[in-house]
Design a protein. Structure first.
Length: 167
């Protein structure tokens, strides 16, 4: 019974993802990414940092249009107003003003580049309350760093965010 459930879930995932296992191509409205783009890492870091700072500001001010401005088409479609509202509330609950952003490097990934940063945000009152409930003195705990990952790719409309995450 368990094997049947796993097989059913895998089949459903493949069908719902738009992939084809029968050799018949499906029509996708994918953003066309340029492959093998050569650009300096300094230029990538500068572009990515500007995009990330804009994204943080948009999350803090609840500005959906500003947040999705540099995403590929598929990203814009996935980050609906409702999804963004939840993202923004969650981000604002955990992250205050950004105090520091330090570039860590770039990783080549197929037709995109993954940019990495270390970010330090001011702690919010909600985070301080959680620390107090856990028995810690927030004043004695140093700022924690977050790892920022942003995958960007070159399109006919310039560099676009494919995905981004703050951990």
């Amino acid at each position: 019974m368990k094997a049947f459930s796993v097989l059913f879930c895998c089949t459903a995932a493949i069908l719902l993802s738009g992939c084809s296992v029968s050799g018949v191509k499906t029509e996708l409205s994918a953003t066309k990414l340029e492959k093998g783009v050569q650009v300096s890492e300094a230029e990538l870091a500068k572009t990515g940092e500007a995009y990330f700072r804009q994204s943080v500001k948009a999350l803090q001010t609840r500005n959906h249009a500003e947040f999705t401005e540099h995403y590929i088409t598929e990203g814009k479609q996935k980050i609906t107003t409702e999804v963004f509202r939840a993202m923004s509330e969650n981000f604002r609950l955990k992250h205050g003003k950004m105090k520091q952003l330090k570039y860590l490097g770039c990783i080549n990934k197929y037709s995109g580049k993954i940019l990495l940063w270390s970010a330090i945000f001011e702690r919010t009152s909600a985070v301080n309350e959680q620390l107090k409930k856990a028995g810690y003195d927030p004043a004695k705990i140093p700022d924690t760093e977050s790892l920022v990952q942003m995958m960007i790719g070159k399109t006919d409309k310039g560099w676009r965010i494919i995905r981004m995450g703050v951990q």
